[in-house]
Design a protein around this ligand. Structure first.
Ligand SMILES: Nc1ncnc2c1ncn2[C@@H]1O[C@H](COP(=O)(O)OP(=O)(O)O)[C@@H](O)[C@H]1O
Ligand SMILES: NC(=O)OP(=O)(O)O
Length: 312
C-alpha cells in the first residue's frame, strides 16, 4: 500500500518549547519512531509542517544587519525543507538500516491570481500577547491574527495546485525509497507566461499540499498526524466528542477553525472525494493504531471503515 503521511509542526516543535536545533532533532527522532515500523510493509512518503520554523528564520533574517532586504518566504521555505528534511532523513536512515531514504527540495505550484495573496492567513513563528502582536505589526508591517488565546504573524497561503517534482517522487517510490518531500507545503512558486518558474512570498498549507501530492501519487491512504487523537465535535466546549468514522459530507457539515483543524478536514475530505481512498487525522504516536482502525478520525466514501481494510 502507498501511504502519504504528514507530520504536524507541533510534532517537531511542541507548544512552548524553545526552537533549539537539538530539541527539534530529538522531536524528529521521536516522530520517526512512530512512522518507521510502517515502512516495513508499505511505501511511505512523509511531509512535514514548517510554521514555527519559517517564522523563526524570517525573524533572524529581518534582524541581520548585513542584509538590505530580508530573505523572501520562498527562500525561507527552502531553508526549512533543508533543515527539517535533514533531521528526518538522518532519523529515518538510523531507524531503517539498509533502506534507501531521500529528503528532497520541491516546489508547489500556486496561482499568482489566488485571492489568498491579499488575505494573509497562515500562522508563522512564535505566539505573542495581543499588545506585543499589534506593536510588532505596526513596527514591521506584519499582519497578525488571533491563534487561540494568543496572537501570531500571518502570511499569504495560496492553494496548492501541483507539486512540481511529482514525477521524481514517483520514480523514487518505484525504487522502494522512503521519501521526505513537500515540507512546509512545498516551496511556493508560480509559472509565468513564458513557462518559467518563480518563487513567491507565501507559505503553503502542508495538509492541503499533502492531499494534492497523495492524489497525484495515486496513494491508497492519506494520514495527517498531529497532537490530538482525533477530530473533536464540540472542540473547546464542555463535552467534546471524538469523531471516529465519517464520510466527507458528514465532516463538511461541521465547522472547524481556519488556522488549524480546518485545512486538515478539507484535505482529508478532498482526498477521499477525489480518489475514493481512505484518509485519517490523528495523533502521531497512534500512526499504527490508525492503520489498524483503532484510533483517529477515519474518513471513507461510505464512512464504513473496518479494521484491516485501510487502503483501496
Ligand atoms: N475540532 C477540533 N478537534 C481537534 N482539534 C482541534 C479542533 N479544532 C481545532 N483544533 C486544534 O487543532 C490543532 C491541530 O492543528 P495544528 O496546530 O494546525 O496542527 P499541526 O501543526 O500539528 O499540523 C490541535 O492541537 C487543536 O488545538
Ligand atoms: N506549512 C505549514 O502548513 O506548516 P505548519 O503545519 O507547521 O503550520
Amino acid at each position: 500500500m502507498r501511504i502519504v503521511i504528514a507530520i504536524g509542526g507541533n510534532a517537531l516543535l511542541e507548544r512552548g518549547q524553545r526552537p533549539d536545533a537539538a530539541t527539534q532533532q530529538a522531536n524528529a527522532v521521536r516522530a520517526v519512531q512512530a512512522l518507521a515500523p510502517l515502512a516495513a510493509d508499505h511505501e511511505i512518503v512523509i511531509t512535514h509542517g514548517n510554521g514555527p520554523q519559517v517564522g523563526m528564520l524570517a525573524l533572524q533574517s529581518a534582524a541581520d544587519p548585513g542584509l538590505r532586504i530580508p530573505y523572501p518566504f520562498d527562500v525561507l521555505g527552502a531553508q526549512t525543507q533543508g533543515m527539517i528534511g535533514y533531521w528526518l532523513l538522518q532519523a529515518l536512515q538510523n531507524a531503517l538500516p539498509g533502506r534507501q531514504v531521500a529528503a528532497i527540495l520541491d516546489q508547489t505550484l500556486v496561482s499568482a491570481a489566488d485571492p489568498a495573496f491579499a488575505r494573509p492567513s497562515k500562522f508563522v513563528g512564535p505566539v505573542y500577547d495581543e499588545a506585543t502582536g499589534n506593536r510588532l505589526a505596526a513596527e514591521r508591517g506584519w499582519v497578525v491574527a488571533p491563534d487561540g488565546a494568543s496572537w501570531r504573524r500571518v502570511v499569504p497561503s495560496p492553494l496548492p495546485q501541483r507539486i512540481v517534482e511529482t514525477r521524481i517522487i514517483r520514480s523514487l517510490l518505484f525504487e522502494r525509497t522512503v521519501v521526505v518531500c513537500a515540507g512546509g507545503g512545498g516551496i511556493p512558486v508560480v509559472r509565468d507566461e513564458d513557462g518559467r518558474l518563480r518563487g513567491v512570498e507565501a507559505v503553503v498549507d502542508k495538509d492541503l499540499a499533502t492531499a494534492v501530492l497523495a492524489e497525484s501519487l495515486d496513494a491508497d491512504a492519506l494520514l495527517l498526524l498531529t497532537d490530538v487523537p482525533a477530530v473533536l465535535r464540540g472542540f473547546g466546549g464542555p463535552s467534546p466528542e471524538a469523531i471516529s468514522r465519517a464520510t466527507p459530507a458528514e465532516l463538511r457539515r461541521e465547522r472547524f477553525p481556519a488556522g488549524s483543524m480546518g485545512p486538515k478536514v478539507e484535505a482529508v475530505c478532498r482526498f477521499t472525494e477525489l480518489t475514493g481512498g481512505v484518509a485519517a487525522i490523528g495523533a502521531l504516536d497512534d500512526a499504527a493504531a490508525i492503520l489498524a482502525g483503532k484510533a483517529g478520525t477515519i474518513v471513507t466514501p461510505a464512512g464504513d471503515y473496518s479494521a484491516g481494510a485501510f487502503g483501496r
